[in-house]
Design a protein around this ligand. Structure first.
Ligand code: SAM
Length: 280
């Protein structure tokens, strides 16, 4: 049996059987592998790390997009850093936004995703509100004169090209590129394994923005099955009352996200700190 062994953690990991290799090659930035697995369906891995699978990518994309969008209430201009698969883009476009800029380092990730995971972006790249820029997200945010209501950092983990997107300097640039009332949203790894990293990131974001809170999403694709995400802003506006969220939700077309899930995701976040003394 052919297997894929994820190369993300030193002392534990996940192994997926490979039914069929759909694509394998270097993009110029990263080693890309797309294969099929009986449980997860089609799987995209970059540099040996699973990015998304057909099984549950909607959970991640809905939560990283709708939690900040619904907390904000009226986002007009949105910036997505990374996110070349187009899943976050698709979810963001469900809101009545005026514009979404997506800054992805690797054009090949967009091309591969559109070819092999067409449902993930679902035509989002063709939306007239979207501008795609190929380049480093940190450099873009530092140099853009534009201001945004939401910035979603849909990046790889803090190794390789994604590392810069976890720095204080990048967070400060994001703060400068946010309008008053703006919100940043990002993924922060698997909470039990990355407890100390999550706490450091929360502290850094709180120092930079004023307020930051973690929330959780079940994503079996990532080892441990539980993903921590963080939202940061000037004030703790992240969890509006349920009535308000329900009014904002209206007819939003989602599979996982719902106002009740929004509240539950924050309520469950103390789970993240059960092993906060772990030396990682
Ligand atoms: N949901 C996924 C996860 O959490 O594993 C992330 C998916 S998305 C494919 C991540 C994207 O971030 C990749 O396509 C990668 O090329 C992009 N990326 C990494 N570093 C970047 C940077 N510095 N600027 C812009 N995009 C970057």
């Amino acid at each position: 049996m052919k297997v894929f062994q994820e190369a993300l953690y030193g002392d534990h990991g996940q192994t997926l059987s490979i039914d069929e290799v759909v694509f394998a090659g270097h993009t110029g930035h990263q080693e890309a592998l797309i294969f099929t697995n009986p449980v997860f369906g089609k799987v995209l891995a970059l540099d040996g790390v699973v990015q998304l699978t057909e099984l549950d990518n909607h959970v991640y994309h809905e939560m990283v997009a709708h939690v900040p969008a619904m907390a904000h209430g009226m986002p007009r201009d949105v910036l997505i850093i990374g996110g070349g698969d187009g899943g976050t883009l698709k979810e963001m476009l469900k809101h009545p936004v005026d514009s979404v800029v997506l800054v992805e380092l690797d054009a090949e990730v967009i091309a591969l995703s559109r070819k092999f995971f067409p449902d993930v972006s679902g035509g989002a790249f063709g939306d007239r509100r979207v501008t795609v820029t190929i380049g480093d997200g940190a450099a873009y945010v530092e140099n853009t004169g534009r201001q945004f209501d939401l910035i979603v950092i849909d990046s790889t983990d803090p190794v390789g090209p994604g590392e810069v997107l976890f720095s204080d300097r990048f967070y400060r640039s994001c703060r400068s590129a946010l309008r008053p009332g703006g919100i940043v949203s990002l993924q922060s790894g698997t909470p039990f394994y990355h407890a100390a990293r999550l706490e450091r990131q929360l502290e850094a974001l709180e120092r930079c923005f004023g307020s930051a809170r973690p929330f959780l999403a079940p994503v079996p694709t990532y080892a441990h099955g539980l993903l921590a995400l963080i939202v940061a802003a000037q004030a703790d506006v992240f969890c509006p009352p349920l009535d308000l969220l329900r009014a904002r939700f209206g007819t939003l077309d989602t599979t996982y996200y719902a106002p009740e899930v929004h509240h539950a995701a924050f309520a469950a976040a103390p789970l993240c700190f059960t092993r906060s003394s772990a030396p990682r």
